[in-house]
Design a protein around this ligand. Sequence first.
Ligand code: FES
Length: 114
Amino acid sequence: MEEFHNVCRTDELADGEGKTVAVGDKLIAVFNVEGSYHAIDDVCPHMGASLSGGLVENGIVTCPWHAWRFRLADGAWADNPRIKIGCYPVRVLGDVVQVQTPDAAPKPSSGAIP
Ligand code: FES
């Protein structure tokens, strides 16, 4: 079952800024765009920069290392929308920002029979 996880308070994320949060073993970049919150994978698929530190303009974050651009609405690479990174539902309850992530994948079996 997919669950919403508390990731930060609204006053910890100013308009136009991003923040890296950890949900389980996944790093997620959460952004505040004029009071609308978005969540995508934090790790850039190019060489691993943190996308939360990127410039946000017109609903797109630009990676701070080599300027790959990702849409906050759906995680699509703006220059080739067939390629996408993870994008997660966000909600605000009171002053708490919550992100919904899929359950962790089951660990592969060792093949041992108990
Ligand atoms: S690490 Fe993001 S564009 Fe290179």
